[in-house]
Design a binder for this molecule. Structure first.
Ligand code: PLP
Length: 495
């Protein structure tokens, strides 16, 4: 395609606005990305040399290069910048499992519906499937074993007329829950925080959305582990952030000088148990990341999503406790330790963020759920939470052992385990070249849900194939039959 045509396209799809909030490189990226998605730039199209496009658009060459780099990172284009950049022949994220559900159901594709560019992006990256539990759906605890009677009693207690105030809007959350929580986190995680540093939110996604909206501007860079939690990636994208993937090694997130040179505004990571690989961030890395983040003026969000469920040893102290610079925000959730439908997560924020984030939360989400918060405060204070965790830790350890036996006993030479020290899922890397999406689709057809590991990667160049298997919500006697299906499919894929 001619340079003129491409630059016209860029101008047409998105008129470059020089006085707006969105940086020019981001506008170029978005315009080209939309043109690729809508097939205005078909697969194989050679993009103009960055110098030429820069001249036509009247911007600096580095601005175009940054836009191109983002397209490369996300897999929209291929090639070496300088030698030639071509539109990729498959769109990124063209995986099954919940994605493009409208298309697969035969309905009109998302592009046919007049929704916003942002809405289109959210739909395009959507990853949550229609079925959210069963063998081996990751991230799901056993909700059958939750002490329903205790919970019902506590909820009932607060649903009486005497507590009618709990049916009102919440103003900064239920104070006794914030007190119970800080007490609990001090005892179990050495976190020193005053109750007013706790913000209660409807799940981690809302908490991340709040941080993104209140602490960043569209076009800012958020640095994230790769592989990483795709749910967080999607929330950040929806807030207009540019997600920069950082690789993970045996010491956890491993940002290079080039990564830091991008001067991220936000860093999202899972230090206690890297999601999904389970690697623990080393102390040296913790210190280095804290120091660099302070240098860049970046906020760190420490997602400690399954801190309660640790089987072998105590975790390292959270970054929140190590930081002297007030730049770390600690994120926890009750989804794994209690039940996901509770939709309760919390942020522990540095004192300087209490006011802005509380105001932001009230304005954006108008909180409530005080009855559940009151019940949860008692649940923790009366010791039910701690005893439920103790019990579930034993149950889950047994299930994990059953899953490991079933997988490793059958196809041990084909897979390598990662994780298992904590949490409710395991990662198996495939040793041979096996298409993990194909395995996931074949398993689903036989009633077994697994997540392809490659789904968790943003950067295709480092993506590895494997499976993420959740075991917590699967009774021991259901583990072996489901694993038999899975191991048969994996063995068939290599033979
Ligand atoms: C790493 C990580 N963080 C956060 C969450 C989500 O927590 P919530 O249910 O509070 O949204 C998940 C869910 O699986 C997760 O894997």
């Amino acid at each position: 395609m001619e340079i003129g045509l491409v630059s016209d396209l860029v101008q047409e799809v998105m008129e470059l606005r020089r006085d707006g909030d969105v940086p020019l490189h981001r506008q170029i990226y978005s315009a080209l990305q939309q043109a690729i998605i809508q097939n205005q730039l078909p697969a194989g199209t050679k993009l103009p040399a960055s110098r030429d496009l820069a001249r036509v658009l009247g911007v600096g060459r580095n601005t175009v290069l940054r836009g191109y780099e983002q397209l490369l990172t996300e897999g929209y284009v291929l090639g070496q910048i300088g030698a030639g950049t071509f539109v990729a022949d498959t769109l990124p994220d063209a995986q099954p499992l919940g994605r493009r559900r409208a298309d697969s159901a035969g309905a009109a594709p998302a592009t046919a519906v007049p929704i916003s560019r942002r809405g289109h992006e959210i739909a395009r990256h959507a990853d949550s499937g229609d079925v959210q539990h069963g063998a081996f759906m990751p991230g799901i605890p056993d909700v059958e074993l939750f002490p329903h009677d205790v919970w019902r009693r506590l909820i009932g207690k607060y649903l009486r007329r005497r507590h009618a105030g709990l049916l009102q809007y919440s103003v900064r959350g239920h104070a006794p829950l914030k007190a119970s929580l800080t007490h609990y986190l001090h005892a179990t995680r050495c976190i020193q925080a005053a109750p007013d540093q706790v913000l209660l939110l409807n799940g981690c996604h809302q908490a991340l959305d709040l941080c993104a909206r209140m602490l960043t501007d569209p076009g800012d860079i958020v640095m994230m582990e790769d592989p990483g939690y795709w749910g967080a990636r999607n929330v950040f994208r929806a807030a207009g952030l540019s997600v920069h993937p950082v690789s993970v090694d045996a010491q956890g997130m491993a940002p290079s000088e080039a990564d830091w040179a991008l001067r991220p505004r936000l860093i999202f990571l899972t230090p206690s148990s890297q999601y999904p690989t389970g690697v623990v961030l080393s102390l040296a890395r913790r210190r280095a990341i804290l120091a660099k983040a302070a240098e860049c003026g970046a906020w760190i969000i420490e997602d400690d999503y399954d801190n309660e469920l640790r089987y072998h040893r105590h975790p390292l102290a959270p970054l929140f406790g190590l930081s002297t610079s007030d730049r770390v925000i600690y994120l926890g959730t009750f989804s794994k330790a209690m039940f996901p439908g509770l939709r309760l997560a919390y942020l522990i924020v540095p004192p300087c963020l209490v006011e802005p984030l509380s105001v932001g939360s009230a304005e954006l989400y108008r909180e409530g759920r005080l009855v559940e918060q009151a019940a949860l405060a008692d649940f923790i204070a009366d010791g039910h939470f701690a005893s439920h965790i103790r019990r579930m830790r034993m149950v889950y350890a047994e299930r994990q052992a059953a899953l490991r036996t079933a997988i490793e006993g059958e196809i041990g030479e084909l897979v390598t385990l990662s994780g298992g020290q904590a949490g409710i899922h395991l990662v198996y890397f495939f040793q041979a070249a096996i298409d993990d999406h194909a395995i996931a689709a074949a398993a689903l057809a036989e009633g077994v849900i697994v997540r392809p590991l490659s789904l968790y990667y943003q950067d295709r160049a480092i993506s590895r194939s494997g499976l993420v298997l959740g075991y917590a919500g699967v009774a021991v006697d259901q583990i072996a039959p489901a694993a038999v299906i899975l191991t048969r499919l994996i063995r068939a894929a290599v033979s």
